[in-house]
Design a binder for this molecule. Sequence first.
Ligand code: FAD
Length: 306
Amino acid sequence: MSKIIIIGSSAAGFSACGHLLKSAPDAQVTLVTQEDAAFYRKDLLFDYLAGQVKERDLLLCDEDFYQNKNLVFLRNSKVIRLDTRRKLLYLRDEKEKLGYDYLIIASGQKIVPPQIPGAGKEGVVLFYTKQEAEKVKSALPLADTICLIGEAQSCLRLVEILAQKNKEIKVVSSPPADSFVSSPKVEWIFDSAPAEIIFEGAELKAVKLDNKKIFAASLVIFTGGFRPCTEFLKDSQIKTTQDYIVVDEQFTTNIEDVFACGSVCARLDYTLQPKLWDTAVNEGILAAGNLIKAMERRKASCQQSC
Ligand SMILES: Cc1cc2nc3c(=O)[nH]c(=O)nc-3n(C[C@H](O)[C@H](O)[C@H](O)COP(=O)(O)OP(=O)(O)OC[C@H]3O[C@@H](n4cnc5c(N)ncnc54)[C@H](O)[C@@H]3O)c2cc1C
C-alpha cells in the first residue's frame, strides 16, 4: 500500500485528497495541516464575517469523509522540515516524523505583515484563516475605529462589511477600485505606509504612518502581504522561485515523487499572479491524477522486473 502525504487542508489539499481517496483506493493518505479546523471554504470567509454564511456552510465535507479508513487527518501539525532524500516529514518539534512514498505540497500562503513596531501584538489580526476571521468577529463589538492594511481588493470587501456595522474605518492600501464609494466614515489612504502600531500597555490605541500622521484605532486588520508557506523546504533541494515551488504542467517538482499544487506553487512559463479558489481546487485534482499515474508506472515497471 503506497503511503501518500498531503501538506495543507484547503482548496488544493482537500481536492487532491478527495481525488486520491476516490481513484486510488489502495493508497493510504495522510493529510497534515497546521490549523485546528475541519476542511472549510476560505473563499467564503468575507461572507462569514458579514453574517451571510453560517459556520456549517463553510464546511467542505460531512463527518463521513473523515471516517474513510484510508485517510488519516492530522490537525495542529505544522510541518517544520522536509528531508526528500530519506522521504521524511518532521512535525512540530522535530520529534515526530512521518515517512512517505509520494508527497503533495499544498501549503498555500500566509500573510506576512510589515516589520513595524506593534505589528505582532494582541489586537492586531491577520485575516487569512477561519480562526482569524473568528478573532475579528469577536473583536468587532468593542472596536470603534478599525484600520485595514493590505491589498486593495480585500480591504474593499472588508470596508463593505464593516461600514454596515457602522464602524469608523481607515484603509492604508493602494488606490481603491472604481467601485469604492467614499463615505464620511471611511478614509482611504494610499500615499503613505504604516510605520508603527501604537499601544498603551496592552491596549491598541493608534496607527502611525510614515508621513508622521497618527490616527486612533482600536483594531488593526492586515489583509495583504501574501507569501508562500515554504519555510519548511529549507535544505530539501526542492526548487523555488521567489519562495514559490516550481512545478511543471504535471505539477511535479524537481524532486521525484514530490508534487505541488495551489497557491504555493508557480510555473516558470506563467506570470506569477494570485490564484482563485477554483484554480487551486483544479490543480489539486490534476496533481493527484498525475501522482496516481506515477504510482501506476512504478507498479508496472516493478511487475516487469520481478
Ligand atoms: C479572506 C479570503 C477571502 C478569499 N475570497 C476568495 C473568493 O471570494 N474567491 C476566490 O476564488 N478566492 C478567494 N480567496 C483565495 C482562495 O482562498 C485561495 O485561492 C485558496 O485558499 C488557495 O488554496 P490553497 O489550498 O492553495 O492554499 P491555502 O488556502 O493557503 O491553504 C494552505 C493550507 O496549508 C496549511 N499549511 C501551511 N503551511 C503548513 C505547514 N508548514 N504545515 C502544515 N500545514 C501547513 C494551511 O494550514 C492550510 O490548510 C480568498 C482568500 C482569503 C484569505
